[in-house]
Design a protein around this ligand. Structure first.
Ligand code: GLP
Length: 267
């Protein structure tokens, strides 16, 4: 795991965007796993800027979003379909045929989840999965207690998550109680995993994810099992980490450049 600590949200967003752009340059038909929430907004803004100013090309990219609320139609202001359109897809040149977001309105949910998993497999698997983290340590909507081997399925949202996300709705009663989410097993199969977090309200969750024991009570700790996990955080989110994490050679590891001289500690 490589933990990179940046000064602030802007710097986190830019570093994350550099990583996505790097992978996209190396593989124009990148299969990109995408996240919602306020954390990746800066990443999307920076990628949109790179598309406009530098011609970053998404035309061959396939995307898979992590999750969607059950019961919200795609045009609902708080649906993740709408979020992704407004904050990303409307501003880049991704081919809508290659964009995948779970459908929160399907009646055959189980079949839909199986189809989603099959589509990921058919695409050749996710190359780079972007992740945020909930204050309770959830990734996507894998709430505490989710199993390591879980696949795309319906999850009941915890009270804590519904309270956290109530800020986007008129009241907590409007926050859906269920979501379709990729499983932890699904997420861990991505070639690279990029976890982003900012702000001191995420500090405990980041400490548990990076330094805590591997436990289903802190679902993000499962990324310790991943061989290419990158954690990009601001100083506030890193404030509870006890170890020196950033290394002078982080660039080489992040962008897979040859390393000369001494070796970085990337365990
Ligand atoms: C939601 C999403 C997660 C996201 C989390 C944190 O619960 N399902 O994927 O990581 O919110 O959101 P924020 O970045 O707004 O703190």
């Amino acid at each position: 795991m490589l933990v990179i600590i940046k000064d602030d949200y802007e710097a986190v967003s830019q570093e994350a965007a550099r990583l996505v752009a790097d992978r996209l340059h190396k593989k124009p038909s990148l299969v990109l796993g995408l996240a919602t929430g306020s954390t990746p907004l800066g990443l999307y803004r920076e990628l949109i800027r790179m598309h406009a100013d530098e011609g970053l090309d998404f035309s061959k990219v396939t995307t898979f979003n992590l999750d969607e609320y059950v019961g919200l139609p795609p045009d609902h202001p708080q649906s993740y379909h709408r979020f992704m359109r407004e904050n990303f897809f409307d501003h880049i040149n991704a081919d809508p045929r290659f964009v995948h977001i779970p459908d929160g309105m399907v009646t055959e949910i189980e079949a839909h989840c199986q189809w989603y998993e099959a589509e990921i497999e058919r695409s050749g698997g996710i190359d780079l999965q972007v992740l945020g983290i909930g204050a309770n340590g959830h990734i996507a909507f894998n709430e505490p207690g989710s199993s390591l081997g879980s696949r795309t399925r319906v999850k009941t949202l915890s009270r804590a998550t519904r309270e956290d996300n109530a800020r986007f709705f008129r009241s907590i009663d409007e926050v859906p109680r269920h979501a379709i989410t990729m499983g932890i097993g699904t997420i861990l199969e991505a070639q690279d995993v990029l976890l982003m977090a900012c702000g001191d309200q995420k500090a405990a969750a980041i400490q548990a994810a990076v330094e805590g024991p591997l436990t289903a009570s802190a679902p993000a700790s499962m990324i310790q099992m991943h061989r290419n996990a990158f954690v990009i955080v601001d100083r506030a989110a890193a404030s509870r980490l006890s170890d020196e994490h950033a290394t002078a050679l982080e660039e080489a590891v992040l962008f897979r450049r040859p390393i000369s001289g001494s070796h970085p500690d990337t365990a």
